[in-house]
Design a protein around this ligand. Sequence first.
Ligand code: GNR
Ligand code: NI
Length: 182
Amino acid sequence: MALLPILEFPDPRLRTRAEPVRNFDRALRQLIADMVETMYAAAGIGLAATQVNVHRQLIVMDVSSEKDQPRVYINPEILTRDGEEVSEEGCLSVPNVFEEVQRAARVRVRARDADGKAFERELEGLEAVCLQHEMDHLAGKLFVDYLTSLKRERIRRKLEKERRERAGGASKPAVRAAARVI
Ligand code: GNR
Ligand code: NI
């Protein structure tokens, strides 16, 4: 088992379109186990392979309160969408940002499990929202793409500033100003 690093906006690798999973093998099982562990460690309700820099159509989710019902969706397709619902979303790849997004209220999804066996499920509420959010990741799309470009740019600048400050040293304003002059 291993924790995987999560890519953060505006990392261009988050814009990659995922390819279908073709081999339902031991390596896939290991990746699923690592993604589930990473999702729980980060306190997320879902994680798409794109976020851990694996560009395959693989999603793990667990919207249960006990965090004991991990679900895997491989090569997912939405068959039908119904209704609409606005809810506040967050994303492990856009830390500490929460904004309202409109999505379908119910979706019917067809996907494969870790054995490659096809199944269909009808999802609603948070689970439906989460699946649509995760499927966007597989298409290289982020929830901030639904916001105005002004809001998205503000978020990008805030995250880049926070990352610079976490990196320390050269992020001090005086030093940065000097670096710009040179
Ligand atoms: O943990 C997460 N919470 C969440 C809340 C509302 C809508 C979508 C999500 S998914 C997110 C984890 C994540 O970034 N998955 O890609
Ligand atoms: Ni996300």
